[in-house]
Write a protein that binds this ligand. Sequence first.
Ligand code: 5GP
Ligand code: MG
Length: 180
Amino acid sequence: MWNIRGRRLSLLIDEETIRKRVRELAKQIEKDFLGSPEEPVVVGLLKGSFVFVADLIREIGMPVVVDFLWVSSYGQSMESSGKIRIVKDLDTDVEGRWVLLVDDILDTGLTLKEIHSFLISKKPAVLKTCVLLEKKGRKKVDFTPDYLGFEVPNKFLVGYGLDWGELGRNLKGVYAVEEG
Ligand code: 5GP
Ligand code: MG
């Protein structure tokens, strides 16, 4: 079994369960975005969502544009600062487009709510949000994703793109970092 910085990891969601759920989400998204006059724009948040985005877009059976936004993250810490800094903006002009914002995990909701407003200022015709994981009972702001993969317990999670100080992203499942 893996350990990161001497901490053990325990499996929370295995690869097959993720694969099935990602396929379901993609099929729902596909239906909901059929009305988009141009190709929908999928916007992934770096770095955490890159694995999810890669799997999700390949289950969406229509042409999509893929772009990434990079905002400042936790660094080595485990708590959200709530402060957002745009590191890399979109390359695509999303004005008038149907946009799907994709993130790895919703904790307090501070990050996604900020980014949602940031994208709204770019005047997309439609903006929907897809999040793989949401921590139960942690929300500090009123923000509900349109598509959610799994509700998860309030533990620090790694794997499937999620990191702890840049490690753990290449795990195939989602794992909880064990205490002590
Ligand atoms: P929020 O602003 O909702 O509190 O935090 C959202 C961001 O914090 C996520 O996009 C993710 O980057 C990071 N985050 C929150 N919880 C976890 C977690 O359990 N593990 C990891 N690796 N990142 C997390
Ligand atoms: Mg993130």
